[in-house]
Design a binder for this molecule. Sequence first.
Ligand code: NAD
Length: 269
Amino acid sequence: MRVVITGAAGGIGREARHQLAGRYSVLRLLDREEVDPAGPDEECLKVDICDLAALEAAMQGMDCVVHLAGVSVEPESNAWEQVLPANIVGTYNVFEAARRAGVRRVVYASSHHAVGYHRRSEILTGAALPRPDSFYGVSKVTGEALGRLYADKYGLSVVSLRIGAYRPKPTDIRHLSVWISPRDMVELLRCSIEAPLLHYVVAYGMSANSRAIWDNREAAVLGYRPLDNAEDFAAEVLADGAPELEGAKPFHGGWYCGWDLGDHGLFID
Ligand SMILES: NC(=O)c1ccc[n+]([C@@H]2O[C@H](COP(=O)([O-])OP(=O)(O)OC[C@H]3O[C@@H](n4cnc5c(N)ncnc54)[C@H](O)[C@@H]3O)[C@@H](O)[C@H]2O)c1
């Protein structure tokens, strides 16, 4: 297989590059930052995802695109102005370039912030309706919608991964539910790249956490069997971890839900 990774210079991209080294006949690594030097079977390209023509050229002859590039948090100011070009226009460009170049599958890095304002009392599956908790979350809802459109109208095979909290280990109480370890993250990407015969799937990016608030049956269908569990760090987190903001506690999205509310507080019931 010939696989493109966008955002290859970022945290998840670097880990994927490292763990997937040697697995595919070509790993083409794209970022607007430098990703050189290329290792064996790697190709490094400096590409901005806002440049559709450059993306189309970069996707020629490839089987799968793992789309990680973009703004990966809610910016503290001018959030809309930042997510619009990178996450919305850029993600449209990735799907459109993939279609034009005849790429079979796109694996899209969505986020649980696409459904952040659902209450934690509700266990979510991939069928949960959009309920974004931020402009970043809105951009991920849009990316998922683009994936669905390109699957239904143009026949691309698409996996949208609502990633939880990716980091070496969980550091706050909510992470005990939504954490994904580096090795599980890359295994989920590998399963999403290699799963045969799928049309459109939404799955969650989490480890085998005992306190899970997502029913990840869709990831199991992809063949994903996570090895790590945030519970192994629970004693440490409960002793040292930062407490959650009161307003954020009831919701899947955590502190994004309690942030930037103004004087009125929350409007949702
Ligand atoms: N890290 C997490 O906990 C987490 C959680 C949910 C979703 N995600 C999503 O997963 C993806 C990867 O996350 P990450 O933690 O590796 O992010 P990151 O910020 O470490 O990396 C993002 C990469 O995208 C590149 N990029 C940004 N704009 C670009 C553009 N216009 N053109 C080309 N490259 C561009 C950056 O240079 C960077 O290398 C993101 O889409 C993020 O929203 C991450």
